[in-house]
Design a protein around this ligand. Structure first.
Ligand code: LLP
Length: 418
């Protein structure tokens, strides 16, 4: 995967822009994404899939900024969505609805209606109730809803329990042992057209064995269905390939595809993938400024202006994220710091026990923050959400303005006194 920051002299650079120039122009904290890194990460998927019939549906939840979606749409990407909000973003960004797959465990009838109206590629159906609701909703508008059933293959993705989705005890998908029967029901429904099969076993996988296990399970089902007269057009293996945050060894896409190849040899079904993190994580950073340095007992704290509401991953998953100075300044001495935010929670930290040569006023950047960063941010502690910029060569485009206090209370009202 393509990392977005390099070092030139004492400057850290994203594409051709020093990180210090980004904060000078747009303030701190600020998310910055490299257009080139996002594009190259997507093109890596296209190259790895080569001549095999495929559709790469970028998982919008990982970074849903419309400029990111626009960049990917221009390269021909499809999209994996989980809400109508995500669908509308894809449409605003110029994405092709016929390349959209719609995942999610409890789509509402309204959401289904909108997706049918714009003509998406398929609904990844996750329960029998959803299948019945979709059939009914499609009947009301005299449409045929394209369906791929998301099966739960009971495969251990060996990742953090919060981002593991393919085990029986997880809420996702239909038990693979029931899937055959559900397909038989779907095939009988007047307003359902069965087009594929889907699974997504988890996120931040550092081993490809679980993907291969899952594919084997899917293929057994696909063949059994074909024997019974139900021929699927596509097989969707989901997303989940990990990225390097610290020292993880991530299998390359080429290794992943080589491992799938013997299983898929001679098959005509389109291969669908739903990568999110592996396209956007390493393409983005979170810039932040040191506000206060203080010592409590033996601990040094660097209190920065970004917090858990801006980047939740460390607080929620105890995730390790790399943090460094945005400029290398000669006369600093190194010390060990916990880098924490100003939010009133002990869990509000970005990094713990890191050796940094910093002082108050310095800028830092959190690496690999392009996925599940801004999209998981909130207004907790009434903190306006930060700005997002997209770097393209020498240019810096503001792609989301920093929120104002007005934005913070938009929609709220005082009650009228009697
Ligand atoms: N497809 C489906 C149905 C998904 O649920 C997900 C992610 C993806 C694709 C994309 O997976 P990826 O390629 O990004 O691993 N907030 C967590 C990650 C949650 C992932 C949720 N589903 C984190 O920050 O680690």
């Amino acid at each position: 995967m393509h990392s977005s920051v390099t070092t030139q002299g004492n400057q850290r650079i994203m594409e051709d822009v020093p990180l210090s120039a980004i904060v000078q122009q747009f303030g701190s904290p600020c998310y910055a994404y490299s257009k080139k890194a996002i594009s190259e990460n997507f093109l890596d998927y296209q190259r790895a899939l080569g001549s095999r019939d495929h559709l790469i549906c970028y998982a919008v939840k990982s970074n849903s900024n419309i400029a990111v979606l626009q960049t990917l749409a221009k390269l021909g990407a499809g999209f994996d969505i989980v809400s109508v909000g995500e669908l509308e973003r894809v449409l605003m960004a110029g994405g092709d609805p016929t390349k959209v797959v719609y995942s999610g465990v409890a789509k509402t009838a309204d959401e289904m209606r909108r997706a049918l109206e714009v003509g998406i590629h398929c609904f990844n159906v996750e329960s029998e109730s959803e299948l019945r609701l979709l059939n009914k909703t499609a009947a009301e508008t005299h449409q045929l809803a394209p369906v791929s059933i998301r099966v739960n293959p009971d495969v251990d993705a060996k990742t953090h329990p919060y981002i593991s989705t393919g085990l029986k005890e997880n809420k996702f998908g239909i038990d693979i042992n029931r899937a055959f029967e559900v397909y038989q029901q779907a095939a009988q429904m007047d307003n359902i057209s069965v087009v594929g099969v889907d699974c997504h076993i988890g996120s931040q996988l550092t081993d490809i064995t679980p993907f291969i296990d899952a594919m084997q399970h899917l293929l057994l089902l696909v063949d059994r269905l074909a024997d019974s007269g139900i021929k699927l057009k596509h097989i969707d293996i989901g997303g989940g390939l990990g990225v390097r945050y610290q020292n993880e060894t991530i299998p390359s896409l080429a290794i992943y595809m080589d491992a799938l190849e013997p299983l898929l040899k001679g098959r005509i079904e389109t291969l669908v993938m739903e990568p999110g993190r592996s396209i956007t994580a390493n393409a983005g950073i979170l810039l932040t400024q040191v506000q206060v340095i203080k010592k409590n007992g033996d601990k040094n704290f660097a209190i920065v202006d970004a917090a858990m509401n801006d980047m939740l991953r460390p607080a929620l998953y105890d995730a390790w994220m790399d943090i460094n100075s945005a400029e290398i300044i000669a006369d600093r001495t190194e010390d060990s710091y916990d880098v924490v935010g100003p939010v009133c929670e002990t869990g509000d930290f970005l990094a713990k026990d890191r050796m940094l040569a910093i002082t108050e006023g310095d800028y830092l950047y959190l690496s690999s923050a392009g996925a599940y960063g801004f999209t998981m941010s909130s207004n907790y502690n009434s903190r306006p959400r930060v700005a997002e910029v997209m770097v393209d060569g020498h240019q810096i485009h503001l792609v989301r303005a920093r929120e104002t206090i007005e934005d913070l209370v938009r929609g709220e009202q005082l009650i009228k006194e009697q």
